[in-house]
Design a protein around this ligand. Structure first.
Ligand code: GLY
Ligand code: MN
Ligand code: MN
Length: 432
């Protein structure tokens, strides 16, 4: 670990200690237990489902895989980590990483599943419901008080320099994966082999990805959360969409690239270039004080221009937006907060915790806040040829160039996604 990251991590822990003390005092608590969570087992087997530790647990220790463990936070005391580390000859015993946070916490290695003692007015948060009723009772604390959790979520929205350094590194590793995926596509690999190339180059096993990588060839590029990997390559190669990430010390990258294949019409390549331009323009609009809903609406205005410029819509850009045509070509939101979770907390809340829901016309938008320094967001404009959304318009929207749509349907769609920090003076793109 570099000296800079070392010091940044210690500053991050000190910042959390200060801020947690304020939040606990504000909500009238003397102690807080944060449960890591644990993986569910497949029925009657010793095979666990994929797992990631609770976000507020990772905020302190960055250990996405740790289970059955507790953090205890109390004002004026060093944080305690009760780390479950059983004597076990079936599995490798949990070991502490060689990182500075270890020296800032009182760490207790527990050979049995710990139940921490909490003093005074206590609260517990995390997936506590998965613990037995006896254990929940024994903890004798208020379970997941909403107002307290909202304050802690709000703390997560604003990243420390340490967290931004982790997100930068997660991006660097993911970019290596994206380059390998593109090379595999050029080499005519199918979805599974592109996925394996991605995992190898980004140095991660599949169970540790921050979200299931989306590796879609041809029409699959138009399935927003396409969840399979075909074993064999298709005969025709029109397109590849890769939406794939990487975790680094808990923090997630969430990057998408789309590539045209040898069988794609030239208009598809031109549209990819246009979407890169749109992504860059939206990234450059990021600065403190900008509303994310405004940016999302700007994306639709530009999508209208792209549809007209590329002869997909024979009307005005404004008409394409007003008639809902841009929404049929791009049904998801412009982006979301990013951090310890891919879709990080508090995107649909005001700073005081009150709800800030998505606008009625854009129900899939996951971030409605005004941008402030320290936020990290994704910017992910898309343009898709999704039969389910376009078919109902065939009779009602003659201004759509259906001949061109039919040529582009086998390409599925395009999404370009970068991860961006809001800085005091503007932005830093973590996905160069
Ligand atoms: N990878 C999921 C998303 O882009 O939101
Ligand atoms: Mn995303
Ligand atoms: Mn994504």
């Amino acid at each position: 670990m570099s000296a800079t990251l070392f010091n940044q991590q210690l500053d991050h822990i000190a910042h959390l200690q200060r801020e947690y003390e304020k939040v606990l005092a504000e909500h009238g608590f003397d102690s807080l237990g944060i449960y890591s969570g644990h993986a569910a087992m497949h029925f009657a087997d010793d095979h666990a489902a994929s797992f990631q530790a609770y976000g507020h647990f990772m905020h302190w220790v960055g250990l996405a895989e740790v289970q059955h463990s507790w953090l205890v936070i109390q004002p004026g005391k060093r944080p305690q980590l009760h780390l479950y580390a059983p004597d076990d000859f079936w599995h490798l015993t949990t070991k502490l990483p060689d990182e500075p946070w270890v020296s800032a916490l009182d760490v207790q290695l527990c050979t049995t599943k710990p139940t921490p003692a909490l003093s005074g007015q206590a609260a517990i948060i995390g997936d506590v419901q998965s613990l037995s009723a006896d254990i929940q009772q024994a903890l004798g604390a208020e379970r997941f008080p909403t107002a307290l959790i909202q304050s802690l979520d709000e703390l997560r929205v604003f990243k420390t320099p340490y967290e931004i350094a982790c997100l930068r590194e997660a991006n660097r590793l993911a970019i290596a994966g994206h380059q390998a995926a593109q090379a595999a596509f050029i080499g005519a690999s199918g979805e599974l082999d592109i996925q394996l190339a991605y995992l190898a180059a980004s140095r991660q096993r599949e169970s540790l990805v921050p979200y299931q990588n989306i590796i879609g060839l041809n029409e699959h590029a138009g399935v927003l959360h396409y969840q399979h990997y075909d074993l064999s390559p298709p005969k025709q190669r029109y397109s590849l969409l890769v939406d794939a990430g990487r975790r680094f010390r808990g923090y997630c990258a969430d990057i998408t690239r789309t590539h045209a294949g040898p069988d794609a019409p030239f208009s598809f390549e031109e549209l990819i270039t246009a979407l890169h331009g749109l992504k860059d323009e939206l990234v450059q609009s990021i600065s403190p004080g900008v509303g994310f809903i405004t940016l999302h609406e700007r994306m639709h205005a530009h999508l209208g221009e792209i549809l007209v410029a590329h002869d997909l819509f024979r009307g005005s850009p404004e008409q394409a937006v007003k008639e809902g045509v841009t929404r049929a070509f791009c049904p998801h939101g412009l982006g979301h907060l990013l951090g310890l979770q891919v879709h990080d907390v508090a995107g649909l809340r005001h700073p005081d915790g009150s709800p800030a829901p998505a606008p009625q016309d854009h129900p899939a938008l996951r971030l409605t806040r005004t941008l402030r320094p320290g936020m990290v967001v994704t910017i992910e404009p898309g343009l898709y040829f999704i039969p389910m959304l376009l078919e109902p318009l065939r009779d009602t929207a003659p201004s759509i160039n259906w001949t061109l749509v039919d040529q582009l349907l086998p390409c599925g769609g395009i999404r370009i996604e970068d991860n961006v920090v809001v800085t005091e003076s503007g932005f830093e793109n973590l996905t160069p």
